[in-house]
Design a protein around this ligand. Sequence first.
Ligand code: PLP
Length: 746
Amino acid sequence: MEIYLDANATTPVLPQAREAALAAMAEDFGNPSSVHSTGLKARALMDGVRARARRVLGAGQGRLLFLSGATEGIQTAVLSALSALREAEARPDLLLYGATEHKAVPEAIKHWNALLGLNLTVLAIPVGCDGRHDLAWLRAHAPRAGLVCTMAANNETGVISDLDGIAAALAGSPARWMVDGVQALGKLPLKLEERRIDYAPFSGHKLYAPKGIGLLYVREGAPFTPLLAGGGQEGAWRSGTENMSGIAALGAVLAALEAGGTFCDAATLQVHRDRLAAALQSAFPGLLFNAPPELCLPTTLNFAVPGLSSKLLLDLFDAAELRVSGGSACSASKAQPSYVLEAMGLPAWQTAASVRLSFGPVVDRRFIDEACARIRVCGESLRQSCLDPSTPGQAAPADGLTRFMVDGACCYLLADAGSRRALLVDPLPALTDRLAQWLRCQGYALAAVLDTHSHGDHASSAADLWQAISQEPGDVDALGWPRDADRLSLGGRWLTRLAVPGHTHDSTAYLLHDARGLQWAFVGDTVMPGALGRSDFEQSAPLAYAGSLLALRAAVGEQTLLLPGHDYDDRFASTLAVECEAQPLLADVLTGRIDAAGFAAAKAALEQDLALTAYQTVACGARVDAGCALAASEISLAEVQALLARHPDLLLVDVREPYEQRLGQAPQLGGRVRRQAVALSGLPEALAQWRSLPPGAPIVCFCRSGNRSAQAARALRRLGHVQAWSLRGGLALLPRAAGADAALAI
Ligand code: PLP
């Protein structure tokens, strides 16, 4: 069962609202402007809903318009207030909006300010660290303001505005006042008429009505300019045939609000929220709430956990079928810091790592119990993965190769469960705390911390890492290699090294062998998938580059998996054979068509002309991937089933992270299917294993949304495994009901 905790983004439609909408579509389907009986019935319905809304909102003599939602209501209100300002004789010079307002508000103000040619100064009203408006600032600016917009409650944090304080700060101001009531509907008494609010927009879908229906309150006597002109509906204030099914559904929600019994009261909601808050705190010790709960809607919690990104938390919650959001829904896909939290002055990590959990007032104890239980399971799963920075875990000992990424740079961790030791290649400063936490949690000692070269963009963080785990590196050279050793052993695997100067004087490849032979080479920036590392740094050795490539081929051949220091487009690994296909310059060196000096000159010419990123993707002649061939690696569930029928040796791979896999959402697969769990971070290890599969054996990857599995399938295809596929849309799009479980039970 899905636990939906994203009610501030939208809510499901109440059963009685669904029924009312259906009836308005099927039976009472009239146009309220028609004068025959069918039309009159529709008008009566609409009038009834408007009267209800008037009572629920305390709208008094004000006008209530039905429109498509809050964004339209906001436009209409802003257009109305600004059109009136254009006509005013003494024109105030400021337009003010709360710094944490929904984007619809500042964008509408800027849009109409420019379009109407007013060009007034638009200013954000600052908020304090509690998210509430700075009333002294507002009082100081109010006399010069023509419009002031302040939301009743914030969609991200739930912070409730001090509307009475704002009203007092606006006393004597000529400004019109818009209050965005979207998140307050059904949760706070707004008393629109009692307060001096001029405009208040609402959206039905935030309170169990469908999307596409909203309300705008306009105070009696407040200026008004229609946004839509036409057939004269809504007294010519909003033309266009009314959305009758939406109005009927909204009416059913308002009726439920008035009658009581369906929606929880504030005290009950607070008990529910406190229980969720306690579950979060016990699951994620160290968690911080981003706004004081006592100032917030009793249905919203916004928090951050030190050391855990919001992406990680969202994936984790989603795997437990808990739907929450990162920051606000609109910005969730961009993974940008929350401007709301920034306005509150929270530290950068907190603004970028925020998660919002919100529920609607139609919840019951069982729902909250289940949500709390799943939150605790999420915390448990993190501890088992050594990802909870605050508590030691009970993780199974890690083994094998794991890749960490920071902004395109790669760091590799090689772990050996037998000896409980690990070594690192190319540690990254941003990972020091996380790696140290991981080592402590696993109880592993560090065998070595190696750099493939002295990095141009950062100093090695090897020393910091040794210090963070209170271990000594021993007698090692500048790149971390033990001075007296020609090989470095870890369990049944060992590393040798090979000087490959070019990118830098000290560039070194580390060759990783196991009982099967040479499997991987950590090549740093010497060969990057799709490009060769630059050779125009101060510490480069351009003339040595070509010789290094030849030496590398002599040592590793054309098929060894090369693990790069950077991977800008999720290729994970490459081989010299693949790179020769992609990079003419590399092929020229290896076939002897070009000598060391010619190679250095050709490379220098490219590097002079091109910016780094362009260089990485284009300059070395990297062949642009056959995009459509790679895109075609995504297939539907039905296609997976057809593939399985033809290839019983199909391997189905779950590429989600272990902390997600552990949460049980993994599909129950039929006994006939071979299955494997390989998180993307473990792909470099698995790629070597999969090379022993027959090239015709299909590998089908899946994940939550289809993104990570598509990356894995593309990486495999680039390495020549033509039968690599990913499940389009991931688990998220599998049919529910019978459950994701049944859907993949093939
Ligand atoms: N205002 C607030 C506070 C909101 O939360 C939203 C929706 O997220 C809106 C305005 C815009 O509402 P709609 O997208 O329904 O027009």
